[in-house]
Design a protein around this ligand. Structure first.
Ligand code: M6R
Length: 608
């Protein structure tokens, strides 16, 4: 959730580190800091708040040197103050550490260190690491880091420098992503490739347990017993333009508008028009193996869980296979029925969400085969799953997930199509779905071309305090997703419900102050949704309807309407979610929220 950057080379470290932090700011943004080796020792600058605060500190008090580490924080232990900001420094000032993750046994370690005379200045769990490294330091920094880490329980991605060995940078990983960027006579460490993409595309992803030792001449990767490990070099295919805002006011808006292209990218080369099916290269499963599964579990968090709900419905509907959808955070602590005939589909934009990763490991441990639907190439879920499909949506920087959602649902539809055609689905029905998918990018574009209609709607409702989102069938998850988008960036309380459930409770909330967004395309449950619209209207609720054609049945019942193009029922969530993303975006902007970095959130939730 926090971001790490490190640099060793011959350039000015401070500017490179801050530039990297800027690109990582979406991962956590409550405080930031840098530590640079200045020729005499380790010098630190920190600030509470956004990176711009740190930049102000650095321009008032610059540091020069060409080895350094930096961090942008999302608070876990201790308030987002300057004192709790990383880097944390050992008591003698020789060791500086930045850390992502949680040291679970920090409390006993802290007591033990205090008993030895170490003084703590922050409330963080990370500070114990700096002191542990100082305490273990004899003549090798990497050995001291290893000794310190051997005492630690929990998760970490760390970068460490020390004035006792000023031409070295150490990085280590367990449960929190970290990679090394390879340059000419210079090396980077980063928790996310976007931090270093401006400088190199050659990266080495560290595995759990790896300790990397970097100097200007090269790097070595060691295990806990100091044995040298071999790790392959990967080439990153994202380009810099993809991680910049271009001409857009916000990353979120850019990402919403990229969807025709990103959906196309998800489908590229995967649709087989003649046979009405899809081919997915990375599954690592033969058709015979696919047919052996007798149930599917889909697991994810947040928006990805909403995709999972839609995927689960598709799989039961078309492939006729029993399917369960689980919050990853619950699945990992239940006693789920999972066997070697279970396929566990793990959905994650970042591929690093701690709960989702743990759920995947749990499913594996219980004998399931795991399949990742992931965006970030080389991420932990992508690497640890038995196979899967990348969604190819490109970097998603806005904290509110948009293009990843539409691409996840598209990827799930491709997989459903493949499995369904192997099981029971007719070629005719398969071809119908392929055709609907081919039409999808242009249909999304059609919605985006009318974004001004949604902006006008946002103007009407920007002062609302509550919103209800209602849908049925495939569009119940769309309602959940619409509500999540609105609440996370505008801070308006919003709830998504299956439309018919409203009368079992939420209907009590409806009065003339309550906007109710109905997702009501002309699908198999349309008539049922009309009855629910009537119930809301009878109680003077303000009805905003996402429809797909002129509907006499809705006349006089709806206050505002936005039409999406017609498509198959199972494709409607992808189309219907686009106006809901725009509605949330425009309302949030009009209320003055920081759309790309909403309060209390971080892009990738790598703690439990
Ligand atoms: O990277 P993941 O897809 O695993 O992330 C899961 C959730 O944390 C994420 O979808 C979150 O709910 C977003 N902020 C939603 O916009």
């Amino acid at each position: 959730m926090c971001g790490i950057v490190g640099y060793i080379g011959d350039k000015g470290a401070s500017a490179l580190l801050v530039e990297g932090l800027r690109r990582l700011e979406y991962r956590g943004y409550d405080s930031a800091g840098v530590a640079v080796m200045n020729g005499n020792g380790v010098e630190i600058r920190k600030a509470a708040g956004k990176i711009s605060k740190l930049e102000a500190v650095l321009s008032a008090m610059p540091i020069s040197g060409n080895v350094g580490i930096a961090h942008t924080r999302w608070a876990t232990h201790g308030a987002p103050t300057e004192c709790n900001a990383h880097p944390h420094v050992s008591m003698d000032g020789t060791v500086a550490v930045v850390h992502n993750g949680i040291i679970e046994n920090f409390s006993p370690l802290r007591s033990k260190l205090q008993a030895l005379g170490y003084k703590f200045v922050s409330e963080t769990d990370t500070e114990v690491l700096a002191h542990l490294i100082q305490a273990a330091y004899e003549d090798s920094l990497e050995q001291a880091v290893m000794d310190a880490l051997s005492q630690v329980e929990g998760t970490y991605g760390i970068a460490v420098i020390s004035s006792r060995d000023p031409n070295k940078l150490i990085a280590a990983r367990k449960g929190s992503p970290l990679l090394i960027g390879l340059g000419e006579g210079e090396y980077y460490v980063a928790s996310d490739v976007s931090a270093i993409l401006a400088h190199t595309r050659q990266v080495v992803y560290l595995d759990d347990g790896d300790i990397a030792v970097l100097d200007r001449n090269g790097y070595r990767i060691l295990d806990n017993d100091a044995r040298e490990m071999l790790r392959s070099v990967s080439k990153v295919d994202w380009d810099l333009g993809q991680i910049e805002r271009g001409g857009y006011a916000h990353f979120m808006l850019k990402e919403i508008f990229e969807q025709p292209q990103t959906i196309e990218n998800t489908m590229r080369g995967r649709l087989l028009d003649d046979t009405g099916t899809a081919k997915l290269g990375g599954l690592n499963l033969t058709d015979e193996e696919l047919l052996r599964f007798d149930n599917i579990v889909l697991t994810a968090c947040g928006t990805s869980w909403h995709s999972a709900l839609i995927g689960g419905m598709m799989l039961e509907d078309l492939a006729r296979i029993p399917t369960k959808v689980e919050y990853a955070s619950e699945f990992r602590y239940r006693n789920p029925v999972v066997t070697d005939r279970t396929l566990c589909i793990v959905i994650s934009q970042s591929g690093e969400t701690a709960d989702t990763l743990a759920a995947m490991r749990e499913a594996k441990h219980r004998g399931a085969r795991t399949m990742g639907i992931v965006n970030v190439v080389g991420s932990t879920i992508a690497r640890e799953s038995d196979g899967g499909s990348y969604i190819h949506a490109g970097p998603e920087i806005g904290v509110a997930s948009t293009k990843a959602f539409s691409s996840q649902v598209t990827a799930l539809l491709l997989f459903t199509l493949k499995l369904a055609r192997l099981r029971a689905l007719s070629p005719v029905r398969g071809r119908e779905i392929v055709e609907a998918l081919h039409a999808l990018p242009a249909q999304v574009q059609n919605i985006l071309d009318r974004a001004d209609e949604i902006e006008a709607l946002a103007e009407e409702f920007k002062r609302a305090s509550n919103f209800l989102y209602l849908g049925r069938g495939y569009n119940f998850p769309t309602a959940l997703e619409g509500a999540l988008k609105l609440k996370e960036i505008s801070y308006i309380h919003a709830e998504g419900y299956p439309a018919a459930e409203m009368k079992h409770g939420p209907i009590a909330l409806i009065d003339e102050m309550m906007p109710v967004v109905f997702i009501a395309p002309h699908d198999s449950v349309f008539e049922k949704v009309v009855s629910n619209v009537q119930e809301v209207k009878a109680r003077k609720g303000k009805v905003i309807a996402i429809t797909s054609r002129p509907e006499p049945a809705l006349e006089g019942l709806i206050d505002y309407e936005f039409r999406i193009p017609e498509t198959l029922d199972l494709v409607t969530p992808i189309l219907a979610s686009v106006p809901l993303q725009l509605l949330a975006y425009f309302i949030a902007v009009k209320r003055g929220s920081n759309v790309d970095q909403p309060r209390n959130l971080a892009k990738s939730v790598t703690v439990e």
